[in-house]
Write a new protein. Structure first.
Length: 104
């Protein structure tokens, strides 16, 4: 990933969070009940619902808390592993970040 691609990725994630009025920090792996484990990642060619990536890869079902009118407090989206990591740590994994810094 280049620095330009990383900036585009960040902008896409921010746009998703803003459009859907996701509350800060209100996202987590989806589970069917409060006592159950989060669902397992699965392979898909469907675009990531967060960053829009069309690359095939693992997707995870995530729940997001929102202020959006007409949505009952949460909504679910299937997101890629890059978005999962980015939402948890505010950046991509260390190897990808090193690759980006070397491309500058």
């Amino acid at each position: 990933m280049t620095a330009k691609e990383y900036k585009e990725f960040e902008a896409s994630v921010e746009k998703f969070l803003t459009i859907n009025k996701v509350l800060p920090g209100c996202h987590s792996p989806k589970s069917d009940t409060l006592d159950s484990e989060p669902s397992e990642p699965y392979f898909s060619w469907q675009p990531c619902e967060c960053c829009g990536s069309n690359l095939g890869g693992n997707r995870e079902a995530y729940s997001f808390g929102t202020d959006y009118p007409g949505i009952a407090g949460t909504f679910d989206a299937n997101i890629c592993v890059n978005c999962v990591y980015y939402l948890a740590y505010g950046k991509l994994d260390d190897l990808t970040m090193l690759e980006i810094s070397e491309s500058i």
